[in-house]
Design a protein around this ligand. Structure first.
Ligand SMILES: Nc1ncnc2c1ncn2[C@@H]1O[C@H](COP(=O)(O)OP(=O)(O)OP(=O)(O)O)[C@@H](O)[C@H]1O
Length: 218
């Protein structure tokens, strides 16, 4: 269970806090959605939860334990917006083994299968894959580390309709095993996956009422 307690981020260089006293709870195998316009603080929130930035007040807890940024780096896996821009392996095997040269090929096959890329050759070039395959590979890069919490920044951005649908089906499958927190400016297609949602506006987080199943099919 992820628990944010009055989490704030107010660097000395900004007159207003970027995140203001955020409270949020996300249970195991839940998918939470944070919806906010550009500049509302979504990426900053994910960077703090991934242990890449330091909050200036408040706490991040996992079950009742307060987590340091170093512990968050172990606990969470962050998939950046347009993750394919950060690929640096020459082939799929290198990409998945970056930082983890000890990983066995069996382990790698399992990670690829979990994102529907079990058929992919280890020697395929990451940059030569389709947009949807690249997003799946970026997910596998994080899943291979077995994080407790998967953080996704605008996972469907820039994909065409059919690749977005495939990714949504995959996220639906992944939430059976992982807790996921997704940030987006456009919740339209992701809302059907969400167990809980919040709006982020100028760094202020408020609960967002999810439509009922009947409203979604209407
Ligand atoms: N360390 C920092 N110092 C100063 N300003 C910062 C810092 N980190 C983030 N900001 C500012 O905080 C605001 C929120 O940025 P952030 O990238 O988190 O927003 P976002 O909701 O993810 O936007 P987008 O959807 O456009 O990516 C921006 O105005 C950004 O310039």
């Amino acid at each position: 269970m992820l628990n944010l307690c009055d989490l704030s981020y107010h660097p000395a260089s900004t007159p207003q806090p970027i995140l203001q006293s955020l409270n949020l709870q996300l249970g195991p195998q839940q998918l939470g959605l944070v919806i906010g316009p550009s500049g509302s603080g979504k990426t900053t929130l994910l960077e703090i939860l991934a242990g890449l930035a330091y909050s200036t007040a408040g706490e991040v807890r996992w079950r009742d334990q307060v987590l340091t940024p170093e512990a968050l780096q172990q606990l969470a896996g962050l998939v950046f917006q347009f993750p394919e821009r950060h690929f640096c392996g020459h082939n799929v095997l290198e990409e998945l083994r970056l930082g983890h040269p000890e990983l066995s090929k069996n382990h790698i096959v399992t990670a690829l299968e979990s994102v529907g890329l079990g058929h992919l050759s280890f020697t395929s070039e990451p940059h030569a894959l389709s947009g949807g395959q690249q997003r799946r590979l970026a997910l596998a890069v994080q899943l291979i580390r077995q994080p407790y919490l998967l953080l996704l920044d605008e996972p469907t951005a820039g994909l065409d309709w059919s690749m977005r649908r495939q990714l949504i089906t995959l996220l639906k499958k992944l939430k059976k095993d992982w807790s996921l927190l997704i940030v987006t400016h456009d919740a339209a297609e992701l809302i059907e996956l969400a167990d809980c949602a919040w709006k982020l506006d100028h760094g202020v987080l408020t609960p967002y009422a999810l439509p009922s199943a009947a409203e979604m099919t209407a």
